[in-house]
Design a protein around this ligand. Structure first.
Ligand code: CMP
Length: 156
């Protein structure tokens, strides 16, 4: 099995709208393991590092302003094919194109305020995790979810 870690952010719009619990529940109910989570106010430096690939695009200034407008929830999510699967749970970046049942289709009216962010590759996940977490100290890896225990038992 391909176990991956990915970085997820619940964005300011979702925090302000009281959607944190509903969004976290989607990852937990699917069987993913949340191995780090914190609420924080994004600094200018963190925003610039996170969205470096978008610098110079017409929406960049708005994006940076938005991510700093209220707290976010930063998470590290682990599980089978986590990078692709978590992005599937989020839905397409533009909520108009997101699959019914995805977070963005269900909760988000416009692309600027699409409730969530998730890394698009394992390399991006490692880079993004390091912006928000001390990866050596803040990841809680020494425990098992019920799903991991079941899979361990089946493999014996
Ligand atoms: P996110 O997954 O956080 O990655 C970059 C974000 O830029 C994206 O979600 C959108 O919220 C935001 N964004 C705003 N306008 C655009 C656009 N035209 N194209 C892509 N992303 C956009």
């Amino acid at each position: 099995m391909n176990i991956e870690r990915t970085f997820v952010a619940i964005k300011p719009d979702a925090v302000q709208r009281g959607l944190m619990g509903k969004i976290i529940t989607r990852f937990e109910e699917k069987g993913f393991k949340i191995i780090a989570m914190k609420m924080l106010e994004v600094t200018k430096e963190q925003a610039a590092a996170h969205y470096a690939e978008h610098e110079g695009k017409p929406f960049y200034d708005g994006l940076v302003k938005f991510i700093m407008s209220a707290p976010i929830i930063a998470m590290v999510v682990e599980g089978i094919d986590a990078v692709a699967e978590v992005r599937h749970i989020l839905g397409a970046t533009n909520p108009s194109n997101a699959d019914v049942g995805s977070i963005r289709a269900d909760f988000s009216p416009v692309m600027c305020c699409n409730c969530t962010h998730a890394s698009d590759s394992v390399a991006s996940a490692e880079r993004e995790m390091a912006i928000y977490f001390d990866v050596e100290k803040e990841l809680c890896t020494n425990w098992k979810t019920r799903m991991e225990i079941i899979l361990d038992d089946l493999s014996k």
